[in-house]
Design a protein around this ligand. Structure first.
Ligand code: GLV
Ligand code: MN
Ligand code: MN
Length: 494
């Protein structure tokens, strides 16, 4: 099978030098193994160069385009149902159609693209990630998983394998993973997995708009029923696969483009509100104030101390990798000459690989904040905005993704190739401290994830960066996974 494409490769290389085509101008020695593998993937295609264009160049261009689809002119911001989120959804829908998928937007704003394959009623293979971003975001978090999946499926389609695939393939671009707008993360994937909180429609964003109103304003039904109907039945789904940037430094330090996710840390998000007495900054003596701002400051320092030094941490090896962050603080009315007695509010995000440890620390944090409020004569409320247990990836899916990633690592520029580390180290296994849609999807079906190297391990920042060749690694690993699955999996009996 591979001999004919590699013969064709020689012809192509001759033509490439004649036409001065420079696919890898900086790394000519990497062209041969890469093109060779791509040719083996697309033996039925007219033009093998299209594979590089689709898996790398087009994917990179699309990531750049999404990176400019923002609600702010100065930085990238695309939160749940914002104008930029709607524009981004339309782009993704066009790209899914271009890949041969039938598309639709569901009643919470997720974009779906599906091909039924040879058996429309077989359990579907789902792939995806999220379209929303944090504020002042990088352009790869979420978008890479969507764009890579579309690139891989587009290749499958151009190879003529999509329509005859053993099972339906569906890509979902989820509308909310970051939880920036409503603090309640995974709105899109939790709806598909059927695990949205019962009171979800009444949660409010910072300006007091409920989720229900935000949906109705965008012409969605915005009823409990319409959200319940988004749930997929477990029987209709085979598994969920997500590729995501690592958001940490391990892969870069190891010089490897891809990693295999073993498990995802559990997380709790709290919203703390402290109330005192509003007043004039120049007239109320210090001893007569009920000022929630210093109370909030003391509470925040106590959160840091507990998450570093609580004796409870010693109970679990490595302290369960507990991390706590206060990322948002808000004061009302928020003026320099007003004691902000009405309200000072802040968020706490706690994560750990060990659920019971996380729950114990959440208890300690709540008790500490309440005691600070009592000592200062303040009232306070602490609301749990989000909770997700740690999730393990499926062993069989991990094995398939690992095999696909190993082939990819050996083939792509920057993957290591013959200089790669020992075979058992080719694709390291990693824990994810970040949350992913796969967490919500684990309530519906088995999950598997690959991580892609990012520069400096930086994420949730405009400095987030993935090389073009690592975008190729991302798309190609999914293509290998899809092809391997095609060869080895039989559809479940109907
Ligand atoms: C998502 O990026 C999260 O882990 O907060
Ligand atoms: Mn993400
Ligand atoms: Mn993120």
């Amino acid at each position: 099978m591979a001999a004919a494409p590699c013969g064709l490769l020689l012809v192509l290389l001759l033509l490439a030098s004649k036409w001065n085509l420079r696919l890898h101008a900086n790394r000519p020695s990497n062209v041969l193994p890469l093109l060779c593998v791509v040719l083996t993937e697309i033996a039925t295609s007219e033009d093998s160069l299209d594979a590089i264009k689709t898996l790398r160049d087009e994917a990179v261009a699309r990531l750049n385009q999404l990176g400019k689809t923002s609600d702010s002119k100065e930085f990238l911001e695309r939160t749940f149902l914002s104008p930029a989120a709607i524009r981004a959804g339309k782009l993704v829908q066009e790209w899914m159609q271009d890949a041969g998928l039938d598309t639709w937007m569901d009643d919470i704003g997720n974009i779906h693209g599906r091909a039924d394959g040879a058996n429309a009623s077989a359990p579907a293979l789902l792939m995806g990630s999220h379209l929303d971003t944090v504020i002042d975001a990088g352009k790869y978090d979420g978008a890479l998983g969507i764009v890579s999946a579309i690139a891989a499926v587009k290749m499958l389609n151009s190879n003529g394998k999509l329509r005859s695939y053993v099972r339906p393939i569906e890509i979902i671009a989820f509308c909310d993973e970051e939880g920036v707008r409503f603090q309640s993360t995974f709105l899109g994937s939790a709806a598909v997995a059927g695990v949205l909180r019962p009171d979800i429609l009444s949660i409010r964003d910072r300006s007091g708009v409920t989720l229900e109103t935000s949906l109705k304003t965008r012409s969605f039904k915005g009823t409990r029923d319409s959200l319940v109907q988004l749930r997929y039945s477990p029987e209709s789904v085979w598994g969920y696969v997500e590729v995501h940037i690592e958001q940490g430094p391990v892969l870069e330090a190891r010089g490897i483009p891809l990693g295999l996710v073993e498990a995802i840390a559990g997380q709790t998000r709290l919203k703390v509100r402290l109330h005192g007495a509003q007043g004039h900054a120049g007239t109320v003596p210090m001893a007569m104030r009920k000022d929630p701002m210093p109370g909030a400051a003391q509470a925040i320092v106590s959160v840091e101390k507990l998450c570093r030094d609580s004796p409870t941490l010693a109970r679990v090896p490595g302290g369960g990798r507990l991390v706590c962050t206060v990322g948002e603080i808000f004061s009302w009315p928020g003026a320099s000459n007003v004691i902000p007695g009405e309200q000072v509010a802040f968020t706490i995000d706690l994560r750990a690989t060990d659920d019971s440890l996380r729950e114990e620390i959440v208890g300690e944090v709540e008790e500490s904040i309440r005691s600070i409020c009592r000592g200062r004569g303040l009232s306070c409320t602490i609301d749990k905005m989000h909770e997700a247990k740690a999730v393990g990836c499926d062993k069989d899916l991990m094995a398939s993704l690992k095999a696909a990633a190993e082939s990819t690592v050996l083939e792509v520029p920057g993957g290591g190739g013959v200089d790669a580390p020992a075979a058992d180290d080719l694709v390291p296994s990693l824990m994810s401290g970040a949350g992913h849609d796969a967490m919500a999807m684990s309530h519906l079906t088995k999950i598997g994830m690959l991580f892609v190297r990012c520069k400096g391990g930086i994420s949730h920042s405009p400095a987030e960066s993935v090389s073009d060749d690592d975008v190729l690694a991302s798309s190609l690993s999914l293509l290998h996974f899809l092809n391997n699955h095609l060869e080895h999996e039989q559809p479940a009996p109907i």
